[in-house]
Ligand binder design. Sequence first.
Ligand SMILES: [Fe+2]
Length: 278
Amino acid sequence: MYPLAAAKPNARYIGEIYSTSSCRDRRSVLEPQNIRFVYPDEASVDVPLDSLAALDLGDRVLLDDDSLEWLEAAGQKHQRHGLAGRVLGIDHLATRVLAGEREDALLEYLTMVPYYFWGAYNIAEMNSSTNVTRHPSIGDEKQSPARVFTANNTPSYLNSFDNLPMPTEDFVRNYGRRMHHIAYEVVDGDIEGEKNVDFVVDVLRDLGIPFLADVVGECTDQPNLKQIFSKASPYSLLITEYVERCQGYDGFFTRDNVAALTAAAGEAERYRHGQVFD
Ligand SMILES: [Fe+2]
């Protein structure tokens, strides 16, 4: 349905797995809130996950030696180029939805998981707001990454009056409602006078990973953030973000960085209309 995603109809992010002390209790709490589950007559549920065999997923695929060699080589490359220990776990996951769906998306998510609404950045010049939800009782985002929902402020069908830039809703119209990026934390520090995130990006660029723009944000003597977006993967359509929190920065985003990243991604996600029949 979507012009820039049409070539990859099967590329999609499915979702996260949350641990619960009781699936049954969870279900009895959520069903009255109109959260639907998959029921036994629709598909098999409540199977013990000690072994994947219970899911009857089909035949186990064993990678042949040639395929394993590729994976081994990728792991070794990571080590050899000094990336090991510098790129840590997942910091946040960002999804884009239409303007009219922003509150529904947030409310549905906050109903289903124990996260809370942390706050939003309004980027008026990009006609976009970034809405952050977080886990309330962790000290490290990587233990349960923040979930971010981004949407237009003025929906596209009204924007012809204002004619604002609208990279967020352009993305949804061109790729569909979907996850936009997964952000990884880069450990704070320097290597030969360079910040770790700059080092990581230089190494990856040299290895052929394309990025949308330069690293945004300054790490000087003030606590701050440095961030960058890769180009979207041709396999998953997902962008990978790298983020380094400098001088113990304990915030989550900076407004200026989000504006710059949104602008950089929007440039690459625009659909170029042909000259005929549009
Ligand atoms: Fe992000």
